[in-house]
Design a protein around this ligand. Structure first.
Ligand code: ZN
Length: 159
């Protein structure tokens, strides 16, 4: 698929196809791998922020803040916040983001999406059909680089 047209995020398709093909392959693999699933939230947030045409716009601000919290405080902190959000939704509480740990982070800048990111989903290496072929920490590091690239590009459109 080399030389295929550019994705929404500006990336050229990789061996598996466009980012959406990588995204679906990740979601399928992590379903069967609880350790890999730990990165589910940053994967979803980064993917949707790089390809917002397939996303619900009202959630993008929260997803942008989740990525910032992940980069600032780490994966465990993000997982705690995500669990808290789910519990709160289940209790139908009326509190908004103002009272959550995400309130400390920058809102999504207007004027997006950015047209280019320095790390993309279709740039992820896959071997023997697996994204965690060289271990979960190595996979997690690559997801973190995509998260950093996502936040960096969104911030750059403010300038
Ligand atoms: Zn893409």
């Amino acid at each position: 698929m080399a030389g295929s047209p550019e994705c929404d995020c500006g990336a050229v398709a990789g061996p598996l196809g466009a980012c959406v093909d990588y995204y679906h392959a990740i979601l399928a693999e992590e379903q069967a791998d609880p350790r890999m699933y730990r990165w589910h939230a940053p994967v979803v947030c980064a993917y949707l922020l790089q390809h917002p045409s397939g996303a619900h716009e009202k959630y993008l601000d929260g997803q942008f803040r989740q990525l910032q919290l992940y980069l600032d405080k780490g994966l465990d902190a993000l997982l705690r916040v995500a669990a808290h959000q789910v519990a709160r939704n289940n209790h139908r509480a009326r509190a908004g983001y103002d009272t959550s740990p995400l309130a400390a982070y920058e809102p999504l800048p207007p004027g997006g999406p950015p047209g280019r990111f320095r790390a993309s989903f279709c740039g992820l290496p896959v071997r023997d059909g697996s994204f965690v072929f060289d271990g979960h920490q190595a996979y997690g590091h690559r997801i973190k680089l995509i998260a950093e690239a996502t936040v960096e590009s969104w911030r750059s459109i403010q300038a």
